[in-house]
Design a protein around this ligand. Structure first.
Ligand code: GTP
Ligand code: MG
Length: 138
């Protein structure tokens, strides 16, 4: 597919990295189709990360994702999901390749600056989760 979805997480937003991160995303060849600022409630964060329910880090993940504003966006590029995962780097910033967004802007696995969808199916789910149909009439 040619669409993916991203979240600039609360750590990166609070450190004012948002615009630098979007510049890096656009430099990597992605078009930002739509973006908006969001604050997650506990219920929304639990629902968004429901796949991780039962993991030892789940409560901390929900706490972190509700700790401040986030920025969500739909992105367009050929091979979007895979290319974007490469652009952001490994989940753990300490293991992420040089120049990747998580390497540059992330601190640790629990504060890793950015999310990228892991499949075309999840990209669609996540876009529907955050945007109304009217907001994403691309
Ligand atoms: P996302 O793009 O944010 O979904 O990251 P990911 O796909 O690289 O990782 P995954 O979906 O497996 O995990 C979602 C988020 O949970 C990660 O981005 C981390 O912030 C957090 N997480 C995952 N694994 C761990 C872990 O072992 N410890 C902690 N503390 N957090 C974790
Ligand atoms: Mg994931």
């Amino acid at each position: 597919g040619n669409i993916t979805f991203t979240i600039i997480k609360p750590d990166a937003v609070s450190k004012n990295y948002t615009e630098a991160i979007f510049e890096k995303i656009e430099k990597a060849g992605f078009e930002v189709l739509k973006r908006k600022d969001v604050c997650l409630t506990k219920e929304l964060a639990e629902n968004f990360y429901e796949i991780h329910k039962g993991q030892p880090f789940f409560a901390g993940l929900v706490e972190f994702m509700t700790s401040g504003p986030i920025v969500v966006a739909a992105l367009k590029k050929g091979n979007a999901v895979e290319d974007f995962r490469a652009t952001i780097g490994k989940t753990n910033p300490l293991e992420a390749a040089e120049g990747t967004i998580r390497k540059v802007y992330g601190e640790m696995v629990s504060r890793n600056a950015i999310h990228g969808s892991d499949s075309d199916e999840n990209a669609q789910r996540e876009i529907r989760f955050f945007f109304t149909p009217e907001e994403v009439e691309f």
